[in-house]
Ligand binder design. Structure first.
Ligand SMILES: C[S@@+](CC[C@H](N)C(=O)[O-])C[C@H]1O[C@@H](n2cnc3c(N)ncnc32)[C@H](O)[C@@H]1O
Length: 218
């Protein structure tokens, strides 16, 4: 068994035990695939981690950068109270259309606002405060999105950035655009006294990767 096969099997074991069958999420994945969108959403285990973190801090307003087909948005929206709000930014109009249908099918469309366009144009138009931000779009812009998320965050808010390990390629300072985007993000976070941050390395169905997790100091 390869490492990938083992990590996938372990994800399957825990998902089977702890995250029972979920028709809305499964339908969202199928619609994402049928719509020709890439298979790059968070795993079920990671989606549930996002959901649990949002619930743990009692999040009422959540910001997401990078919607795709709305899979992580469904997990996040489910953590919100009925009058809560998730604003999720997506560049591609077709991705946004698939996401809106998936969010409606999951029964959370009333609390999710999908904003179409480059996130770097959408973010300056938003007003805070947000309780949690999840950044998962073009990795080269991670640092810019983090700066906006911080501006929009309340004290005590969480800012989570996906795909910061990239199979270990983050160690290569001369690496690809995505790895360099992560390293620029880390430089910005490390120099920012208003946050405390760490990373969580993960393995599973999505291979070897990880989240950066920052809390906005009170
Ligand atoms: C990794 S996917 C998001 C996955 C989603 N968070 C999930 O787990 O279900 C990244 C998304 O970011 C979008 N994206 C890429 N560049 C963007 C930009 N400049 N502004 C907004 N969205 C962008 C892509 O079109 C894609 O749908």
């Amino acid at each position: 068994m390869t490492d990938d096969e083992l990590w996938t099997a372990v994800d399957g074991y825990f998902d089977g035990a702890l995250s029972p069958s979920d028709p809305a999420l499964e339908a969202a994945l199928k619609a994402t695939q049928d719509g020709g969108l890439p298979n790059i959403q968070v795993s079920a285990a990671q989606g549930k981690q996002l959901n649990l973190l949002a619930r743990a801090i009692g999040a009422r307003r959540i910001l997401e950068v990078g919607t795709l087909g709305g899979y992580s948005a469904i997990w996040l929206a489910r953590a919100l109270p009925a009058d809560g709000q998730l604003i999720t930014c997506e560049l591609d109009p077709h991705h946004a259309e698939v996401a809106r249908a998936n969010l409606a099918n999951a029964g959370v469309a009333d609390r999710v606002d999908v904003r179409v366009g480059p996130a770097i144009d959408t973010l300056p138009q938003l007003e805070g405060p947000f309780d949690l931000a999840f950044i998962d779009a073009d990795k080269a812009s991670n640092a810019d999105y983090f700066v906006h998320a911080l501006r929009l965050s309340r004290p005590g808010a969480l800012i989570i950035v996906d795909n910061v390990v990239r199979g270990g390629r983050v160690l290569d300072a001369d690496g690809d655009t995505n790895a360099r985007g992560v390293r620029r993000l880390v430089d910005v976070v490390a120099a920012e006294p208003r946050v405390s941050a760490t990373t969580i390395q993960t393995v599973g169905t999505k291979g070897y990767d990880g989240f950066l997790l920052a809390i906005v100091n009170s």
